[in-house]
Design a protein around this ligand. Structure first.
Ligand code: AHR
Length: 502
């Protein structure tokens, strides 16, 4: 099969916001306890943070980590997690029906972020709590001192404000599973009032209103239109979430699931424009895709586990073990975020550690990289700069989730120094190699500075504590620059990063 890819120096889509390479961490299962925080672990530091996990997180170079939920946040009292640990109350978490010790809280998380080389993206509870608690949390985090809440933070050991810039106004408020779920009108109203309050404190804050939990919600896409109608000028982003399963076990259908993702972003982009026009507003709203991932490997078991682990503390929940096939869909999803960088400014893989996550740990034992860690890391490091428009001429196929799915999925990024163009490519074809020909109009393609590939003969291959390196990046072969074009061969079912010096 032949694939022709064309880019042009002058055909730029947008500056890619670095924050599309962010992640999400919730008080859920062993994400926090046994994940990032485990005092007594051989690698734990004086704060109880696991050093092995910190190292793997630092290596991902994540601009933001969203916290503390997720569904958890809608029944969370943030004041339970501050102050001396011995005084913090033990509570029941109604989202996951577990017991929350509150050993980790806001100050601890911000301290962890500083060590992990990332910034916190905090969510306020707009389920069981509201305006007063959200404003108190903001003042506690960001006011320098001289007020009740800021002085309390200082008393708890953080003299400097945490300076949290990005705030989520609740989580998945469209979902009937959410504690104190609301209608679009009710949620839009409270998001507007809380947003106005927070912006009165600091107009430079960036606020995220809840969009749809997924594109199959019965309220999608009128939810976005109604919510934004209420709060458009008080917020900066509308969030979207999506998770992909593969219950049908159909490889070609599974790796095509990034195509409806593109449509989802396109539709919500249109709704943003519609509300902006309706309001005659000059303000821009973008998309924060703050939960996305593959999630199904353990999902059926999860339902049982949630039933049998009722009120346990940090039980293992949602511990999906990712395989090589997932690398391909994750790679296509990241390509979609790059191609839609004009709309999507924040994207958080969900989640970060143990819970549907690129990093896994054993309590008291090792931490390792799941298969999906690798495409995320390489895109996070080399996918920064300006997204270029990519035209792909390749045969297509039709499956249940989409028609005309190209066998090659591609994105292209011009590095900030203008000296490298990086292509992220996925050959979706199950058994045919692809002859690649990339035309780079307006560039002088000099040489292949790097070709890294992720491939494995077994789609079901996984990384485990015992075999952490079954699926990992390797040096690619057979791609070269000839007569100003990039030529090569991509083996079937493979992910590639090809960096061209220009
Ligand atoms: O990431 C797991 C859960 O998925 C989150 O708590 C919720 O926001 C979503 O439904």
């Amino acid at each position: 099969m032949k694939a022709r890819v064309s880019i042009h120096r002058d055909f730029e889509i947008s500056e890619i916001d670095d924050r599309v390479y962010s992640a999400f961490l919730e008080h859920l299962g062993r994400a926090v306890y046994g994940g990032i925080y485990e005092p007594g672990h051989p690698t734990a530091d004086a704060d109880g943070f696991r050093g092995d996990v910190l190292e793997l997180v630092r290596d991902l170079d994540l601009p933001l980590v969203r916290y503390p939920g997720g569904n958890f946040v809608s029944n969370y009292d943030w004041t339970d997690g501050i102050g001396p640990r011995e005084d913090r109350p033990v509570r029941l978490d109604y989202a996951w029906r577990t017991t929350e010790s509150n050993a980790m809280g806001t100050d601890d998380f911000v301290r962890w972020c500083r060590k992990a080389g990332t910034e916190p993206m905090l969510a306020v509870n707009l389920g069981s709590k509201g305006f007063t608690e959200a404003l108190a949390m903001l003042e506690y985090c960001n006011h320098p001192g001289g007020s009740y809440w800021s002085d309390l933070r200082r008393k708890h050991g953080s003299a400097d404000p945490h300076n949290v810039k990005v705030w989520c106004l609740g989580n998945e408020m469209d979902g009937p599973w959410q504690m104190n779920h609301r209608t679009a009108y009710e949620y839009g109203r409270i998001a507007n009032e809380v947003g106005r309050g927070m912006k009165t404190f600091d107009p430079t804050l960036e606020l995220v209103a809840c969009g749809s939990s997924h594109a199959h919600m019965p309220t999608y896409p009128s939810w976005e239109a109604e919510v934004l109608d209420e709060c458009y000028d008080s917020v900066d982003y509308i969030s979207l979430h999506t998770y992909w399963d593969n219950y049908e076990g159909d490889y070609l259908n599974f790796v095509a699931k990034s195509v409806p993702l593109d449509r989802y972003i396109h539709t919500v982009g249109g709704i943003i424009d519609y509300v902006k026009a309706k309001k005659r507003s000059k303000h821009d709203v973008f998309i924060s895709f703050d939960e996305w991932n593959v999630w199904y490997h353990n999902r059926k078991q999860d339902e049982k586990d949630i039933g049998t682990s009722v009120w346990k503390e940090a039980p293992p929940l949602l511990e999906d073990v990712y395989n090589f096939e997932d690398v391909l869909l994750v790679g296509c999803a990241i390509n979609t975020f790059i191609r839609r960088s004009d709309r999507v400014k924040v994207a958080c893989i969900a989640q970060l550690v143990n819970v549907i996550a690129p990093i896994m740990t054993e309590n008291g034992g090792p931490a390792w990289k799941q298969t999906i860690y690798h495409p995320l890391r390489l895109a996070s490091i080399y996918g920064r700069g300006r997204a270029l428009g990519v035209a792909v001429d390749v045969p297509t196929y039709d499956v249940q989730v989409a028609d005309d799915v190209p066998y090659l999925d591609a994105s292209a990024v011009l590095a900030p120094d203008g000296k490298t163009v990086t292509f992220f490519l996925v050959n979706r074809h199950p058994d045919e190699a692809m002859t690649l020909d990339i035309g780079m109009a307006g560039f002088e393609a000099k040489a292949v500075s790097e070709h890294t590939t992720i491939a494995h003969p077994d789609l079901r291959a996984t990384n485990t504590a015992k075999h952490p390196d079954r699926v990992k990046p390797a040096k690619g072969k057979g791609v070269s620059v000839r007569d100003g074009s990039v030529r090569g061969k991509l083996q079937p079912r493979s992910w590639h990063m090809i960096r061209i010096a220009v």
